[in-house]
Design a protein around this ligand. Structure first.
Ligand SMILES: C[S@@+](CC[C@H](N)C(=O)[O-])C[C@H]1O[C@@H](n2cnc3c(N)ncnc32)[C@H](O)[C@@H]1O
Length: 263
């Protein structure tokens, strides 16, 4: 049974809040009676507080070494309490609010199950910034994109003719929250898995999008075999270019009337 007019909208700040925050998101933050946020930098916090002075951070629910899933469920409980109390509730997450960000998805699903109106607005993710800064068009060769620990855990099958993005390499092998990331102790496992598919001298990129206007992204290229020595942070994403070209299937090309050349 639904009480009052509680509702939920989940929005993103983008990666560079000043510049990426959309007009839609600004309007929802201003119009909401209760605003929660989980964001990565102080400028973003200032922007949100200017739009909604009573906005409340849910980052306080993180605890050093506490399982991230436990924190996400605590966040969802806080969000749902607000919706159930009849408030127009807005949750602001950094980047795209639905990309590698479970609390928004879970809260929306629960709110809808309980009969409330709930929706998510899209925003700019780290992968969107990576595509722009590294000059990649997924339309050319496709794009594989996985969470690094999950990629190894399930032995995800990959295609070395397609570029690969691995998220959360700075937290590799750790399901708990650590402010400084997980360190590199377990990274040899990831590198060993990648060496099954790529040569040791394959050049990969550690990428960190700029979060402040006027600053440069971190784009560090190194050989795959050197990855275990790299400096990784909780904002690092790994980009692995294709190791070889795809081959056009001659029979299909002939049938379509295309030249059977490589792409
Ligand atoms: C919990 S996810 C959040 C992703 C975010 N919702 C988005 O839309 O990009 C955190 C991961 O996103 C990636 N990430 C976050 N900030 C980044 C940045 N400034 N540059 C590159 N990757 C970033 C990293 O892989 C990091 O481990």
């Amino acid at each position: 049974m639904v009480d009052g007019n509680g509702s939920l909208v989940v929005v993103g700040t983008g990666i560079r809040t000043v510049g990426h925050l959309t007009g839609d998101a600004i309007a929802w933050i201003k119009a909401s009676e209760k605003v929660f946020y989980v964001i990565a930098d102080l400028v973003a916090e200032r922007v949100i507080k200017d739009l909604s002075p009573t906005a409340e951070s849910l980052a306080v629910l993180y605890g050093e070494g506490k399982p991230r899933m436990e924190t996400y469920h605590a966040m969802v409980d806080r969000i749902l309490d607000s919706v159930r109390s009849g408030q127009r509730t807005c949750v602001v997450l950094y980047g795209h609010p639905g990309v590698f960000a479970l609390p928004g998805h879970i809260a929306i699903e629960r709110a809808r199950d309980e009969g409330y109106t709930a929706m998510m607005l899209p925003s700019v993710s780290a992968e969107d910034c990576l595509i722009a800064d590294l000059g990649i068009d997924p339309g050319l060769h496709g794009l594989q994109s996985y969470e690094a620990t999950h990629f190894v855990l399930v032995r995800k099958r990959i295609d070395p003719t397609t570029p690969l993005v691995l998220w959360q390499i700075g937290s590799f092998g750790d399901v708990t929250y650590r402010r400084e990331g997980a360190g590199n102790q377990k990274l040899p496992l990831l590198v060993a898995r990648l060496l099954e598919e790529y040569p040791p001298d394959h050049v990969v990129t550690i990428y960190e999008a700029a979060i402040y206007v006027g600053t440069a992204p971190r784009i560090e290229r190194l050989r795959l075999s050197k990855l275990v020595e790299a400096r990784l942070t909780t904002a690092s994403t790994l980009y692995i270019p294709a190791a070889r070209k795809s081959r056009i299937d001659p029979a299909t090309a002939a049938w379509l009337g295309f030249e059977p050349t490589e792409r």
